[in-house]
Design a binder for this molecule. Structure first.
Ligand code: SF4
Ligand code: SF4
Ligand code: SF4
Length: 274
């Protein structure tokens, strides 16, 4: 099924209620465990909040951001889980010249490492800075949150949603939007009256409720227009990216040769190991 035929209302989606998040980071740990992501040495970062690890990486598909704010003269903390937004119309997929990313009918946006040619256009195109590259490896791949697609296909919830004691609800996008609106209507004093992800980037599979205005918490201000319509315009501004169709095809050819060379080198290494 192509992305054009995905029924977005029925895609499995996250509702992350930051007003209920305790900052326990059970989601971070569950993600590491389920995806068998290795530990990495990190340092505390207090630039845009107070979190460790300082950013998502090829080994950290999700992290909980800590942000302090003042309420009635008291210092308070807000916590929110950052991850791939599983966009309805993903910019990463629209810009990938070989179709290595796609929006599944179930909801997660997934990546096929066998197709990837390593051009990293997806990293430039994603407005949320999600895809990461395995810079430290000899044969690097792109890495990001998988939406726990294998679990979702088996009828399970993602590992992070299962581990979360309070803040994450998982269900159809339609139900999650209704639930978010219900919570805002029931407790208007508790919630900022915007559901982040409802319209951002044309709508995403991760929806947030907050207590504070979104910019105060560091949520990115993203256009409501689906990003694929902008993608190539945006990439034109990036130095070193090939602008013409001919140039793009040359690039693909160059990257394909690179991939073939890497595969041959890998096969050679395996032969030696025998
Ligand atoms: S957040 Fe970025 S990586 Fe995730 S689906 Fe959207 S464009 Fe792709
Ligand atoms: S959906 Fe899966 S891969 Fe994505 S953050 Fe949650 S546990 Fe990690
Ligand atoms: S597991 Fe839930 S409550 Fe704990 S940090 Fe993650 S989102 Fe917040």
């Amino acid at each position: 099924m192509s992305a054009g035929t995905v029924n977005y209302a029925q895609t499995r989606s996250f509702l992350i209620d930051t007003t209920k998040c305790t900052g326990c980071r059970g989601c971070q740990v569950a993600c590491k465990q389920w995806n068998q992501l290795k530990a990495e040495k990190t340092t505390f970062f207090s630039g845009e909040g107070y979190q460790n690890p300082p950013q998502m990486s090829e080994y950290t598909f999700t992290r909980v951001k800590f942000k302090d704010y003042e309420k009635h003269g008291q210092n308070e903390f807000a916590f929110y889980k950052e991850m791939c937004m599983h966009c309805n119309e993903p910019a990463c997929a629209s810009v990938c010249p070989v179709g290595a990313f796609h929006k599944t009918p179930e909801g997660p946006v997934v990546y096929d490492s066998k197709k990837c040619i390593g051009c990293r256009f997806c990293m430039v195109a994603c407005p949320f800075g999600v895809p990461k590259y395995e810079w430290s490896k000899a044969f690097p791949l792109v890495k990001k949150c998988t939406g726990c697609y294998s679990r979702v296909k088996a009828g399970l919830e993602p590992a992070c949603a299962t581990a979360c004691p309070t803040a994450i609800t998982y269900g159809s996008r339609d139900e999650m939007l209704k639930e978010a609106s219900r919570r805002i209507a029931a407790k208007p004093e508790r919630y900022y009256k915007t559901i982040y992800g409802k319209e951002e980037a044309g709508g995403t599979g991760v929806l947030y409720l907050t207590q504070q205005p979104l910019d105060e918490l560091g949520f990115k201000k993203i256009t409501k227009r689906p990003l694929p319509s902008y993608t190539w315009q945006a990439l034109r501004l990036v130095p070193g990216i090939f602008l013409t169709v001919g140039g793009t095809l040359s690039a693909i050819s160059w990257f394909q040769h690179r991939k073939d060379r890497i595969r041959k080198e890998e096969e050679g290494m395996q032969e030696k190991d025998k």
